[in-house]
Every structure is written in C-alpha cells, then in structure tokens.
Design a protein around this ligand. Structure first.
Ligand code: NAP
Length: 357
C-alpha cells in the first residue's frame, strides 16, 4: 500500500490530539501538516498543547516541533493526499472550511457534524454502511472536483448502540429507547477543565438527542438518486446525559422487534458479526468488533475503553424488558471508535477502495 501524506485540521483539540497520537506509527498514513486556528498558527505543536495534552500516552516526538498552520490558509495544504478534520466551529463555517479543502482536490475525512445531513456526503461506520461511499462520485460532480470530496463520521453517542443494533436488523427492529451516559472528553473537557462534573450528572447535551435519534436513520438509509435516502424506521427515542467519566460513552438500550429473537440468537448475531474492515484486515480494524460480556457488572468504561485499542464496541446485561422485548448496556470509546479512531478506520476503507487515488 502506498503511503499517504496527511494533514490534521484541529490538531490541538481533544479529537485532534487523538489523531496526532494514532498516526504516529500508522502503516499507510503519514501526518505531515498540522492545522489549527490562527491563535495557534506559528507555534510548535508542543507549545500549542502545553497544559492541555489530554491523552494518557506522551506527546509523540514526531509532532513536538511541527509548526502549526492556520487552517484558513488553504494553499499551505498543497500536496496533501487528504486531511482529517475536527474543529469546534459553527455549522456554516465548518461547511465552508471542509468544502474549501475538497474543492482544491484534498479529500476531507471529518468528525464534524456540519455535513452529516448533506445527502451526497456519506456518513459511515465502516462495519455498518460501507456501501454509502458510492455517493462520492455524485458529490464530486456537485463540487466540480475530480478527487476532492467530504466523508464524515457519525456522532460519538451512536457508536455505543448502533453497531449493536445493526446485526439485529434481521429480526426487524421496530423501536428503540436509549439513554446515553456520556464522557466529558466528548465535550472537549478534562476533569480539570470541567470541575462542575465531579459528584454530578448534567442532564443536557445540546443537540445530542436529535443527532442520536436521526443519524442512525441516515446510516441505515439507501443509496438512491445520487444521495442517501434515510430509513424511515425504527423509531428511536434518546436521552443523553453527561457523567463524570473521562473517556467512553455508555448506552442503556431497550429494543422492540418485529420477530422476537431468543437471547442466544442475539448474542450469536453479535459474536459472529464482522464487516468490511475485518474482511479487508484494515490496520485499525478490531479483530472482534462486538464483544459480549456475561458478567453482570460489565461493560465498564474503566475496564473496556481500551478493548481492541479502543476500537471495539462492548455489550452486556442482555435481558428481557417488560415494555420492549429486550434491554442491554452498550459501550464504546468516544474519542477512539467514536471520533479519531473511527475516522482513521474510515480513511483506511477509503484508501483500500481507491478513493484517494
Ligand atoms: P476541541 O477540543 O474544542 O478542539 C477544537 C479544535 O478546533 C482545536 O484544534 C482548535 O484550534 C480548532 N479550531 C478552533 N477554531 C478554529 C478555526 N477557526 N480554524 C481552524 N481550527 C479551529 O473540540 P473537539 O472535542 O476535539 O471536537 C472537534 C470536533 O469533533 C467537533 O465538531 C466535535 O463535535 C467533533 N467530535 C468530538 C468528539 C469527542 O468525543 N470530543 C466525538 C465526535 C465528534 P485552537 O487550539 O487553535 O483553538
């Protein structure tokens, strides 16, 4: 496989730091340019993240002396094969920034929500809906590009329940109730920058419930007429709360089926499920995507967050539900599987399928 020269936009942020950390030894992707706001531009990466490096492993030596570029300075990205993007900008500014890169023929693999509802922008969980990449040629036509395009990841909350529901679609999922217990890194925070979360639960995460209910329908949608037509079912009701956990989102899920499976059928569906990343042996793909724990006190963020390098999704406590058919607990790492790791896996899928060539 060819090595690709990669840029990271938003490299100083919570997700950006994960990209910097993950790409240190990547077999296909070489991070050669780091971008942030004009506030950080001109500083070395080490200076810019001083006092806010939030990753448990040390700052990788390759990045320390790289000088940050201003993301608005698009010509400085010349020669990059593609960029990862994770910025905390408003929707319209983010859209404009991502399209500006795509239009100069630099594909964008994005963690931002701005383009998730754009019909010809694929929103992909690589194990779940890799076929949605088929809309890229239609998007290129709209943007008048030959190479440039935008592909996005879904919201981090979804990763703790959508991958677990996906193999159960064969039983016809009628309705889902989910409550997510989300880590503070999902808000770009650490315990020192969010002291109000200690001994507390905050029952509101702006925009999160709408995304948690709506984005799965695009992911389960079909490629039609040059875009993704969202699915019309199942009905999903979500409540999202912020909890005092550093990394890892938990989901309490109840689900009603058209044809009620047995408990064994559900667990078998999880254990035997594999997607394109496993079939293609992509470098960041977990060997076993979905893990089921029989112990009553699992999955736990502290124990499961680094399972398969933070790329696996865990489940436990599958049992009957008096209102729905079954309930269970799901879990995934929000800045790895749910953000930077998921985006790296998506980029690997795009590379393996020739979209960067
Ligand atoms: P963050 O920690 O607040 O970092 C934001 C990054 O954006 C910083 O690198 C910042 O650079 C950069 N930035 C701000 N203004 C900019 C501008 N005008 N031009 C270029 N760069 C600019 O945010 P985050 O938590 O990493 O989230 C980033 C994106 O990922 C958001 O869209 C978020 O919704 C999404 N996301 C986050 C998670 C998660 O778990 N955290 C999960 C999934 C998706 P400076 O340092 O120079 O200000």
């Amino acid at each position: 496989m060819k090595r690709y020269s990669v840029g990271i936009i938003g490299a100083t942020g919570t997700v950006g730091q994960r990209f910097v950390s993950l790409l240190g030894h990547h077999p296909w992707f070489e991070p050669v340019a780091l971008f942030a706001s004009s506030r950080s531009a001109g500083k070395t990466y080490e200076e810019a993240v001083e006092g806010r490096w939030a990753i448990p492993s040390p700052l990788p030596s390759y990045a320390k002396n790289m000088v940050l570029l201003d993301a608005a300075d698009i010509p400085s990205a010349k020669g990059l094969d593609f960029v990862f993007c994770a910025v905390n900008l408003g929707k319209e500014e983010t859209k404009a920034l991502e399209e500006a890169y795509a239009r100069v023929e630099i594909p964008v693999v994005s963690n931002n929500s701005a383009h998730r509802n754009t019909p010809d922008v694929p929103m992909v969980i690589p194990e779940v809906n890799p076929e949605h990449l088929e809309v890229i040629p239609f998007q290129r036509k709209r943007l008048h590009t030959k190479r440039g395009f935008i592909a996005v990841k879904s919201n981090c909350s979804l990763q703790s329940y959508v991958p677990l529901l996906h193999p159960l679609k064969e039983f016809g999922i009628r309705s889902v109730s989910v409550c997510t217990y989300q880590a503070i890194s999902g808000a770009g925070k650490t315990f020192s920058s969010m002291p109000e979360i200690l001994d507390n639960v905050i029952p509101y995460i702006g925009g999160e419930e709408e995304k948690s209910e709506k984005e799965p329908l695009k992911i389960w949608g079909t490629v039609k007429g040059g875009g993704i037509e969202p699915a019309t079912s199942p009905i999903i009701s979500a409540q999202c709360v912020r909890v005092p956990v550093s990394d890892g989102h938990t989901a309490a899920v109840s689900v009603k089926f058209e044809r009620r499976p047995s408990r064994e059928e559900i667990i078998r569906a999880w254990k035997t499920f594999e997607g394109e990343p496993q079939k293609l042996s992509l470098p960041s793909a977990p060997k076993q995507f979905l893990h089921y724990f029989e112990e009553d006190d699992r999955p736990q963020p502290k124990l499961e967050r680094m399972l398969e390098n933070g790329m696996a999704v865990s489940a436990g406590r599958l049992r009957e539900d008096p209102l729905f058919d079954y309930k269970f607990i799901g879990f995934s790492h929000n800045t790895l599987r749910g953000a930077a790791g998921g985006a790296v896996l998506l980029a690997e899928l795009l590379a393996a399928k020739g979209y960067f060539d």
